[in-house]
Design a protein. Structure first.
Length: 296
């Protein structure tokens, strides 16, 4: 009996080891690609901005970072990027959350139309969206033509102002925001909401005390994703935004291509990565906190 148990234990351990090796082989290629295409370029960029070739060989230097934070134009570009990202995140939450609530609790056929319209920007390329907004809200665009037709004066166009990229980025990131918030609302049970209504809770109280506390993690994850996408955006700020100051994406391209300054371009990329890393860690913390709460 003991020999049989020993053999069965040994035989059972071999398949477990084999499954472990197969699992490692399955994830080896994705992990290698992530390390090669993402992690390695990040560390290479950081090291190349800190260890710079000079007359006496490669030396440790923070001159490029000192230049960035002492240069008023560079600081203005970073400030504009942070301002645009913050405004877009707030607007996306204010616009996307009511749409997600309507899609979650509405049973009418009109909800299908609203969902289709909310997801439609996901299938429109950014460059097409940019020129569509130019023809709509730009000088002599559709809005100007309609106002002129009814005898009203022209409105100041947001095109080539800081508000131009805001409008485009909100419209472009609305589908992902709505989908993520709707997924978070799907996890809220209807009986709990109906029970609150049975005891006399109105829509505001139901939202504040039942829905919003259970939506906290979904809102944090949504904000993290939208901030990462907006901070690293290029096409919409490049086409719709002002020439000065400019967001970090167009700023890096102009520094590299027009000024032929790869060192400062990589420095700008590293600084942008640090800000994005903060929100990425914030996202990981949100996921870990949600998993701990579910395990309890």
């Amino acid at each position: 009996m003991a020999d049989t148990a020993t053999l069965s234990a040994a035989g059972g351990s071999e398949p477990a080891i084999g499954r472990g090796l197969k699992g490692l082989l399955l994830v080896a290629i994705p992990v290698f690609l992530v390390g090669w295409l993402i992690i390695y370029p990040i560390f290479a960029a950081i090291l190349s901005t800190l260890f710079v070739a000079g007359p006496d060989g490669v030396q440790f230097s923070t001159a490029s970072y000192q230049f960035f934070f002492s240069d008023p134009y560079s600081r203005a570009n970073l400030a504009l990027t942070l301002w645009t990202t913050s405004i877009c995140a707030v607007l996306l939450l204010l616009v996307g959350l009511p749409i997600a609530l309507y899609l979650r609790f509405s049973t009418s056929r009109f909800a299908d139309l609203v969902q289709s319209l909310a997801i439609f920007p996901m299938f429109v390329p950014s460059i097409i969206l940019s020129y569509a907004l130019i023809r709509t809200i730009g000088p002599n665009g559709t809005v100007d033509i309609l106002l002129n037709a009814v005898g009203l004066p022209k409105l100041p166009t947001p095109y080539l102002t800081p508000w131009g990229p805001v409008i485009g980025l909100v419209w472009d990131n609305l589908p992902l925001t709505v989908l993520m918030l709707t997924a978070g609302l799907a996890g809220i049970s209807s009986p709990s909401i109906e029970a609150a209504r049975d005891v006399g809770a109105g829509p505001i109280r139901v939202f504040w005390y039942i829905i919003l506390p259970r939506m906290g993690n979904s809102i944090l994850v949504t904000i993290s994703f939208t901030v990462l996408g907006i901070f690293s955006s290029f096409t919409l700020p490049y086409v719709l935004g002002p020439a000065s100051p400019e967001m970090m994406g167009p700023f890096m391209l102009r520094t590299f291509n027009d000024l032929y300054d790869p060192l400062n371009a990589k420095t700008q990329a590293v600084i942008s990565f640090v800000f994005c890393l903060f929100f990425g860690l914030f996202y990981v913390w949100s996921i870990a906190r949600n998993q701990r709460s579910q395990s309890r």
